[in-house]
Design a protein around this ligand. Structure first.
Ligand SMILES: Cc1cc2nc3c(=O)[nH]c(=O)nc-3n(C[C@H](O)[C@H](O)[C@H](O)COP(=O)(O)O)c2cc1C
Length: 174
């Protein structure tokens, strides 16, 4: 198979779920979020806001509100070093698709910088729980936004496992 640094990066990325307590340089976070902004979006609408939270304490407060809303005792969002919340205009027609593109761009950018990442899905459906919305408000997430995914970031404390790819590929020629 043909390869190059971009393909190697795509094939080498893994979801990371254990993070070191080690600051991510600001310029690395800036590059990661810029890659999110440069993702494709349906009709180029770009109806998203990227909220970068570079504070373990603020992340822990959000995770605490989520833990209560979810009723999951040990939930801590994996205690990442930083997160990028992708906040999308509520009800936007292609919001989920746009956010998926932005998140994957950020995962790949992070991986290229030696930083681990994982998609955090649990804000879906609980953004408007009052205690969760209070925390989102405090972080600057627009009141009319919903969150389909959060990019959790940090230097890996344990490597992500490689999962075999088993999806079918159908080739049609002529
Ligand atoms: C829509 C979506 C939601 C996901 N939500 C979570 C999540 O909430 N927590 C988590 O640990 N991983 C989550 N993941 C990551 C997947 O579990 C992971 O991508 C999959 O197991 C394959 O592993 P890999 O990313 O290392 O290739 C999510 C991935 C996607 C695409």
């Amino acid at each position: 198979m043909k390869t190059n640094p971009v393909i190697e990066g795509i094939l080498g990325r893994r979801s990371v779920r254990a993070f070191q307590e080690r600051a991510i340089p600001r310029e690395d976070l800036e590059a990661i979020v810029a890659c999110g902004q440069w993702a494709p979006s349906a009709r180029n609408r770009q109806e998203w806001t990227f909220v970068v939270v570079d504070s373990r304490a603020r992340i822990a407060r959000l995770a605490e509100a989520m833990r209560r809303a979810l009723g999951r005792d040990a939930y801590d969002m994996y205690a990442p070093q930083s997160i990028v919340i992708v906040a999308h205009a509520k009800g936007a027609e292609f919001g989920r698709e746009d956010d998926g593109c932005a998140l994957e761009n950020m995962f790949l950018a992070a991986h290229s910088l030696g930083i681990g990442s994982v998609w955090i899905n649990q804000l879906q459906g609980i953004c408007d729980e009052p205690a969760v919305r209070d925390e989102l408000d405090a972080l600057g997430v627009p009141a009319d936004a919903e969150v389909h995914g959060v990019c959790a970031l940090g230097y890996a404390a344990a490597p992500g496992a490689a999962h075999e790819r088993k999806s079918a590929v159908v080739w049609v020629e002529e």
